[in-house]
Structure formats: C-alpha cells, structure tokens
Design a binder for this molecule. Sequence first.
Ligand SMILES: Nc1ncnc2c1ncn2[C@@H]1O[C@H](COP(=O)(O)OP(=O)(O)O)[C@@H](O)[C@H]1O
Ligand SMILES: [Mg+2]
Length: 321
Amino acid sequence: MEQDTSIWTEKYRPKKFEGVVGQDEIVKRVTNLTNAMNIPHLLFAGPAGTGKSTLALIVVKELYGDNWRENYLELNASDERGIDVVRQKVKDFARTKPIGNVKFKVIFLDEADALTKEAQQALRRTMENYSSNCRFVMSCNYSSKIIDPIQSRCVILRFKLLERKDVEKRIRLIAEKENLQIDDQGIEALYEDSEGDCRRVINLLQATAAVTNNITPDLVNTLSSTAKPGDVKIVLEYALSGDFLKSKEKLLDVMLRDSVSGSDIIKSIQKEIWGLAIDPEIKVRLTEKTGEIEFRLTEGSDEFIQLEALLASFVMAGRGV
Ligand SMILES: Nc1ncnc2c1ncn2[C@@H]1O[C@H](COP(=O)(O)OP(=O)(O)O)[C@@H](O)[C@H]1O
Ligand SMILES: [Mg+2]
C-alpha cells in the first residue's frame, strides 16, 4: 500500500460551511454574521472534536479570502506561557491595520477555559482595549469556566456531540476518497468508540486504514482498544516535568496492561506531541526524534530501550535543553 503521511483530521478538515456536519443552528448563525462582514466576539463552547476550531477557520477564510493569514492570529491558551504572553501577542498583532475590506482582525483563542480567573480578567481588559480593530473568537469545553464579564461580551454558541448520521457523512466521504470499503457495522463501530467526537473517529479510521482497505468492525474494535491517548499524554507529561522514573513506570504499565506494541505507542506519541503545552519549535524537534525512534524500531531495536531514549529527549526538552 502506498504510504500516506498526511494526517486525515487536517486533510479532511472542512474548508467551507457546507462541509460542517451537525451544529445546524450554529452554522446558520455564523454564516449570516460572516456574510454581513461584521462578527461580534464569539465563544464556542462544547466537547472536543465537534467542529469549534474548524468553524473558526472557515469564518476567517470567508471573511478575508486570500488575505486570511495576515488578519488572523491563533493562540492556544494552554500552550502559551501565561497571560502576559497572550497579551503581548495580541498587542503586537492588533497594532497594525487589517488588510482588505474588513474593518477588524480576528484572534482565535483556543481552550480559553485553560486560563485562570485572574488571567481571564486580564484578557477581558485586553478585549476592551482592542475591540475597535479585533474580534475574539474563543473556544472552551465548558462555558461555566469562563468569567461572566467575558461571557457577557460574547455571543455564546454551544456545540453538541455529533450524531451518528453526521459522523457517517464524514466517514463515507473519506472512505470514498481513500478507496476504503466500509459497511454499516464498520461505521457503527467507529461511531460507538468515538461518542460523537469526530477527531477521534477520523484518527481511528486512519489507524485502521493503515492496516487494510477493508474496514471491519472487528479491526476497528481491536485498534480502538490500543493505547488510549490519555495514557500516553500522562507518560509524556511526566517526562516533560522531569520525572523520568514515573514516566517510565507509566509507559511500562500502558504497554503491559493493554499489550500495546512499541510502534503503536510511537504513533500515539506522535499524535500527542501537537497537543502538549510546549513551544512549537520543540514540538518539531520531538516529532523528528520520534520519527527517528520509529525507524530504529522497524530496524529491530529493543522497543523498551528505544522508548526510554525517546522519553529522555522529552525530559531534556522539558528542561529547555
Ligand atoms: N462538525 C464537524 N463537521 C465536519 N468535520 C468535523 C466536525 N467536527 C469535527 N470535525 C473533524 O474533526 C477534526 C477536529 O475538529 P475540530 O474543529 O478541530 O474540533 P474542536 O471542536 O475540538 O475544535 C476536524 O479536522 C474535522 O475533520
Ligand atoms: Mg479545537
């Protein structure tokens, strides 16, 4: 089979409103606001993998067309080191005028509920200072974790877990483009595992397709029980915090308890890196390192020793080495 190195959640992220499944009311409202070329501050609340970041990107692409990159700043609250970094970036970005006809720029603040209450107060002042030429679009899992003064400045849109019929639409589209065979049971298995999280569905579909073009429910179920992303994230977070021993223990635990192979762990690590609260340059470095270790595993090196070496790189990265 031909090697496909693209990540399907990115490859199949809808680029237009029509591609977004479910969330009908939200899409309708946001389409109208975007067409009027004048959006208020928006707060997208709801579970992971339901289209919040996707919709934010579509809005800016619709607003600015080819100029979207110049007029758009994306910040992840849990990545940035503190509110001062967020405010400085906003300040730098807001200093220059928007390019094109739209009178404002857009700042997307992902995972805004990761900010402390104090940081949110500071953010609120920043919003006030720059609201003449910036609109904030924020995403969060729980709107209740966002302070009232921010909530009251935003139009709040509540995303729901996707229904089976919606998830099915995306699966069928991807299956067609990737030449996969999948029947109703296969779709049911993917949906069951995901609980309405579309990112998870697509990741699991890609993992299954890496094995065979024929997506059977059995295979889906087998793969979905391999390394749970949450577990691997804990392994990496221990390493980044400098606790090499705990990180190794947890890794061994995941591998033995769930009988996951080294290469499955590597795949999970590769996915998790992008969500970690570290600098983008470090993410790139760790991704490279992970690729190198994967190569050594395919060459027949000892799995656990290689994974330990990889964790050591995370420890070093955590220390800023
Ligand atoms: N409502 C949706 N319609 C179509 N695809 C979706 C939808 N929600 C999620 N996806 C898919 O799942 C991936 C993750 O979605 P994203 O918008 O980043 O989720 P989140 O709500 O966590 O920000 C996207 O790349 C896209 O492929
Ligand atoms: Mg998101």
